[in-house]
Design a binder for this molecule. Structure first.
Ligand SMILES: *Cc1c(COP(=O)(O)O)cnc(C)c1O
Length: 349
């Protein structure tokens, strides 16, 4: 059966004519651009920003595609991956009718984005070992579940989801399965599902420049999937969702991907060092293994420790009231100096 994105799409979007921007309408070589009501003289700031950016960010996609080993038409670029999450829900879930399925404990934005769009959320918790409960997911899936959100490595637990389990979910889902790989750079070779896209056209992968690339402030997120799915996201996004500044730094980043790899190497070494130190802290009972740039640790009195850390100027993420995360604080791997401040504060706390 061929993969039919139109059948999954909300009906009113099948007919929608997208906004056609001035830069979209014209293609070719021109010398005089009088089509977009821009300021022809310049910008009030030093950066030259008086012209609208490329609405399709073609240069970024062309350079990113070989890095991801996909084609440019399989890439959507957004204002953070949060934009892709929102657009996927808006494109494929009819409010009040269709629903998303999530596997808590997991990233909070899936639920929030569904809520903003009046789309219902169903939950199938992870197993106590923080893996997908495939049988329960299969049993819960109904035709109205147009999107399943998986996160691998998962936030806040830090571990990769079993690959075969994710593919089993993709094989049984009635709609799209979104695999959020925000932390994949920290997980070692071969952990990504990108190579499975051809065999599983209903999988959409999310990536971000916010973590390993060190560019959270630039707001650059990526969705990778079947060209027909990506075309839908491009059709309904705001015309200029990526600023010229974001596109410029994206190009610069891609040209220096080796720097990202160097960051990852030092964060991984630091993760190992910090995990060993945390394991010796008396108020910590467990430090979970991590495939990400953070550690989930279980504390005797998580809330109390959290507050005493704050008093000492150290902020971690309290996940202790989240399902399956009793006593848990999520700790980002910092620099050695930051981690030493954390450990000193924990020794006093
Ligand atoms: C941090 C994070 C993101 C990144 O979101 P951006 O909008 O790209 O900054 C996405 N997914 C998960 C699970 C995250 O933890």
């Amino acid at each position: 059966m061929p993969f039919d994105v139109a059948a999954l799409l909300r009906p009113h979007l099948r007919e929608l004519t997208p906004y056609s921007s001035a830069r979209d309408d014209f293609s070719g070589e021109a010398m005089v651009f009088l089509d977009a009501n821009e300021n022809p003289i310049g910008s009030v700031v030093e950066e030259e920003l008086n012209r609208y950016p490329d609405p399709r960010a073609r240069a970024v996609k062309e350079r990113l595609a070989p890095l991801l080993d996909v084609e440019a038409d399989q890439i959507f670029l957004g204002n953070g991956s949060d934009e892709a999450i929102d657009l996927l829900i808006r494109a494929f879930c009819e409010p009040g009718e269709q629903r998303i399925l999530i596997t808590p404990p997991t990233y909070g934005m899936y639920r929030v984005a569904a809520g903003v769009n009046a789309v219902g959320v169903d939950e199938v918790p992870l197993t106590p070992g923080y893996q997908l409960d495939v049988a329960s997911i299969r049993a819960a899936l109904r035709d109205e579940h147009r999107l399943v959100f998986l996160c691998s490595p998962n936030n806040p637990t830090g571990n990769l989801m079993d690959r075969r389990a994710m593919l089993a979910v993709a094989a049984s889902a009635p709609g799209l399965v979104v695999v959020d790989e925000a932390y994949i750079d920290f997980a070692g070779e071969g952990a990504s599902l990108i190579g499975e896209l051809a065999a599983h056209p209903n999988v959409v992968i999310l990536r971000t420049f916010s973590k390993a690339w060190g560019m959270a402030a630039a707001r650059l997120g990526v969705a990778i999937g079947h060209p027909d799915v990506i075309a839908v996201l491009n059709k309904i996004k705001l015309p200029y969702n990526l600023s010229e500044l974001a596109q410029r730094v994206a190009l610069e980043a891609i040209a220096h991907a080796d720097r990202k790899d160097a960051f990852v190497a030092s964060i991984l070494a630091e993760r190992q060092w910090l995990a060993a130190r945390l394991a010796e802290v008396p108020v910590i009972t467990t430090v979970h293994a991590s495939d990400a740039n953070f550690l989930l640790a279980i504390f005797v009195d998580a809330r109390g420790t959290y507050e005493r850390l704050v008093e000492r100027g150290v902020v971690v993420r309290d996940r202790s009231r989240v399902i399956l995360c009793d006593g848990a604080l999520r700790i980002t791997v910092g620099t050695r100096a930051e981690n030493e401040v954390l450990l000193a504060a924990l020794a006093e706390a």
